[in-house]
Design a protein. Structure first.
Length: 20
Protein backbone atom coordinates (compact mmCIF):
# COMPACT_ATOMS: atom_id res chain seq x y z
CA UNK A 1 0.00 0.00 0.00
CA UNK A 2 2.81 2.38 0.87
CA UNK A 3 4.47 1.86 -2.51
CA UNK A 4 1.22 2.71 -4.27
CA UNK A 5 0.91 5.95 -2.32
CA UNK A 6 4.47 6.96 -3.23
CA UNK A 7 3.78 6.45 -6.93
CA UNK A 8 0.26 7.88 -6.77
CA UNK A 9 -0.70 11.46 -7.56
CA UNK A 10 -2.49 13.63 -4.98
CA UNK A 11 -5.83 12.61 -6.50
CA UNK A 12 -5.01 8.92 -6.20
CA UNK A 13 -3.74 9.47 -2.67
CA UNK A 14 -7.15 10.85 -1.68
CA UNK A 15 -8.81 7.77 -3.21
CA UNK A 16 -6.45 5.55 -1.24
CA UNK A 17 -7.36 7.41 1.96
CA UNK A 18 -11.06 6.84 1.27
CA UNK A 19 -10.44 3.17 0.55
CA UNK A 20 -8.43 2.83 3.74
Amino acid sequence: ANDNIKHSTDGNFQLSALAA
